[in-house]
Design a protein around this ligand. Sequence first.
Ligand SMILES: Nc1ncnc2c1ncn2[C@@H]1O[C@H](COP(=O)(O)OP(=O)(O)OP(=O)(O)O)[C@@H](O)[C@H]1O
Ligand SMILES: N[C@@H](CCC(=O)O)C(=O)O
Ligand SMILES: [Mg+2]
Ligand SMILES: [Mg+2]
Length: 445
Amino acid sequence: MCKFTKEDVLKMAKEQNVKFIRLQFTDIFGIMKNVAIPVSQLEKALDGEMMFDGSSVEGFVRIEESDMYLQPDPNTFITFPWRSGIDGDVGRLICDVYDSTEGKPFAGCPRSVLRSLVDKAVQKGYTLNAGPEAEFFLFLTDSEGRPTTITHDKAGYFDLSPVDLGEGARRDMVTTLQKMGYEIEASHHEVAPGQHEIDFQYSDALDIADKIVTFKLVVRSIAQRHGLHATFMPKPIQGINGSGMHINLSLFKNGGNTFYDPQKENGLSDVAVNFVGGLLKHGKAITAITNPTVNSYKRLVPGYEAPVNMAWSFRNRSPLIRIPGKRGSSTRTELRSPDPSFNPYLSLAAILAAGLDGVENQIDPPAPVDRNIYDMTEESLEELQIDQLPETLEKAINHLEEDELIKNALGEHVCEKFIEAKKIEWKNYMSAVHQWELDEYLTKF
Ligand SMILES: Nc1ncnc2c1ncn2[C@@H]1O[C@H](COP(=O)(O)OP(=O)(O)OP(=O)(O)O)[C@@H](O)[C@H]1O
Ligand SMILES: N[C@@H](CCC(=O)O)C(=O)O
Ligand SMILES: [Mg+2]
Ligand SMILES: [Mg+2]
């Protein structure tokens, strides 16, 4: 879908008095990188002539093959409202990374991995739509500006607290995002103290992945201006809810939602049910991508509205997949495992591959479970054949290594680098001495 041409971008930059452009891309861990160029270099950049050293980006290439190019996507041009000043505005373009020797998208560029899967789905007539529910914490900073884990409030779900730092910051985030073209559907205080949620309208997978990485930058930048630290760490505090990023999903064909079937009693089409079948079949491997940190697995424990089991449900919030009640064009499946430490490009690529496997091979999921899984005994879980999500990063990585479909979807380069890095992360974690061990053993032995 072409929204802007190169000429449109040059014109908009001039009209909006843009003086600097940030060329952005993400590494395979979803960390945003950027290089700023003066507007005089914009035309050259739009022609894909901006080179950078790929060997300095984690998970990219070795020093011998380090020259890479940035190919900006004109559709992603926007200005940062919080950076406008008397010396002109700052604009940004999200880029695909190109290989200098082959002149093709680089196999380690997550955006190109997703784009290629999205293109293949479009050839089959399908567009994956995704809508995220972004949760995060706002923490106070200390006298030297360093983040603490002290929350700015004691409020809970949907609370209206007296105007405090957090509420002001959240309002500022919403208005900034609106200026940047986000259609904000809701924003509210979440269950845990200091925890917030901002929901924006669903869109096609590539656009929504771009929006998620930009969203995190906006939230963190605005929080900082309010003297707060915003974190997308999945479980910053033990004993209270963690932060998820549920992803609502549907497949559209010829402009209509293939997940809706008014002939069925529950309004859910066979395509939707098989999509769920695919997500459940590959769910364990996908978890390595959607929950990619050691800390991710501290969130996936019973009792905090985060999923623990490989099941689906029409109402309950304890299983991996929930089918929200809305029908018609809003018919969707909600995948509840993803957390905001994920790389949204790779996560949506893995989700799309799994869902389409389900649709194409008509994979039927087991019967939905409408009971609170947290309260079920081991025996009932076994009887209903309800499996568990991986309990640690190590286990999830092992499942990814065994899932050929997901590995093929992500490509050899991404998988190899991702798995290698995550094994090191796990090893470092396992060999570190944690505060818990000191509290438990220092005086006992
Ligand atoms: N057809 C669709 N396909 C994909 N996403 C959709 C579709 N229709 C709506 N959405 C998106 O689903 C998300 C809904 O978020 P919302 O917070 O309302 O969901 P919820 O799961 O009911 O809430 P919660 O889990 O917080 O109780 C929004 O991003 C919305 O745009
Ligand atoms: N914070 C919860 C989700 C709460 C909700 O349903 O919105 C999680 O970790 O997934
Ligand atoms: Mg929520
Ligand atoms: Mg939700």
